[in-house]
Design a protein around this ligand. Structure first.
Ligand code: B1M
Length: 218
C-alpha cells in the first residue's frame, strides 16, 4: 500500500527547504507510486510554498528564496505534472473563462494552475496574465464575451482591486453579462460576497466545480 501522505509530506518539506533536486526526485517517486498529480500539487507542493511564505514572514527567508521556491514549483509543474494533468483533458465546450491576476500583483502560480484545471475540464480560457488593471478586465469581457470572469490575488492589499473590477464592470453595463469568481490565498468566501462576486474558490479543484455550477452544468 502506497503512503502518499508520507511521500507528499516529504515533498512539502523539500520545497520548504528549497531543495529543487530532492523535490523533483520525490515528485517522481510519488507519481511512480500512484499518487495523483493533483494531490502532488495540492498536498505536497502548495503546502511547501505556504511554508516558504511563513519563513519569509519570520525573516528567515527573503525575496531570492521566494523566487527560488517559485522556480522549483514551476520546474516540476512544467516537466512532470502538467503533461499528466493535460493528458486527462476533456472535450471543450463547457464555456469561456477570462482570467487574470489583479493590478499590483504579480503572483501567477495559483492562477496558472486554476487556468490549467479549467482547460483540462473543458473550459476555453483566455489568460490576461498578471498585474491586470480594471479597464483591461472590462475590455476583455467586452471583446471575448466570456461566461465567467476569474480574478486572482495573493496580497491583502491587491485583493481590494477585485472590488474595483466589479465596480468597473457595473459602470460599463457589463456586470449582468458575466459571472465573477475570485480566489487566492487572502481571499475568503465572505470577502467575495462583500464585493459582489458570484463565487469564491479556495483551490483549483473547487474553482472548476464552482465554474460548472455557475453555468448550471455540474
Ligand atoms: Co509573494 N507573498 N510576494 N512572491 N509569495 C506571499 C503571497 C505572502 C503570503 C508570503 C508571506 O509573507 N507569508 C506575502 C503576502 C502577504 C500579504 O499580503 N498578506 C507575499 C509578499 C509580501 C510578497 C512581496 C510583497 C514581497 C516583497 O517584495 N517584499 C512581493 C509582491 C510582488 C507583487 O505581487 N507586487 C512578492 C513576490 C513574490 C514572488 C514574485 C517572488 C513569488 C511569486 C512568483 C510567481 O507567482 N510567479 C512569490 C511567492 C512564490 C509567494 C508564496 C511563497 C507562494 C505563492 C504560491 O505560488 N503558492 C506566497 C506564500 C503563500 O501563498 N502563503 C507569497 C502556490 C499556489 C499553488 O497557491 O497561489 O495560493 P496559491 O493558489 C491557489 C489558491 O489560492 C487558489 O487556487 C490555487 C491553486 O490551488 N486560487 C484561486 C488562486 N487564484 C485563484 C483564482 C480563482 C480561484 C482560486 O478564481 C479565479
Amino acid at each position: 500500500m502506497v503512503d502518499c501522505k508520507d511521500l507528499l509530506n516529504r515533498v512539502r518539506r523539500a520545497v520548504a527547504g528549497l531543495d529543487g533536486e530532492l523535490t523533483r526526485k520525490l515528485v517522481e517517486e510519488a507519481l511512480r507510486a500512484g499518487c495523483s498529480p493533483l494531490a502532488v500539487v495540492e498536498e505536497g507542493l502548495r503546502p511547501g510554498m505556504w511554508e516558504v511564505g511563513e519563513r519569509f514572514e519570520r525573516g528567515e527567508y527573503f525575496l531570492p528564496e521566494l523566487i527560488a521556491a517559485a522556480d522549483i514549483f514551476n520546474g516540476v509543474m512544467g516537466e512532470l505534472l502538467l503533461p499528466l494533468l493535460e493528458a486527462s483533458r476533456q472535450s471543450s465546450g463547457r464555456g469561456r473563462v477570462v482570467i487574470g491576476t489583479v493590478r499590483g500583483d504579480i503572483h501567477d502560480i495559483g492562477k496558472n494552475l486554476v487556468a490549467v484545471m479549467l482547460r483540462v475540464n473543458g473550459f476555453e480560457v483566455v489568460d490576461l496574465g498578471v498585474d491586470v488593471p480594471p479597464e483591461k478586465f472590462v475590455e476583455a469581457v467586452r471583446a471575448y464575451r466570456p461566461d465567467i470572469l476569474g480574478m486572482s490575488a495573493l496580497l491583502t492589499t491587491t485583493m481590494l482591486e477585485m472590488r474595483n473590477v466589479i465596480d468597473a464592470l457595473r459602470a460599463a453595463g457589463l456586470r449582468d453579462k458575466v459571472k465573477v469568481i475570485v480566489g487566492g490565498a487572502p481571499v475568503t468566501e465572505e470577502f467575495a460576497r462583500e464585493i459582489g462576486a458570484d463565487a469564491y474558490a479556495r483551490d483549483a479543484v473547487e474553482a472548476v466545480e464552482k465554474c460548472k455550477k455557475l453555468l448550471g452544468r455540474d
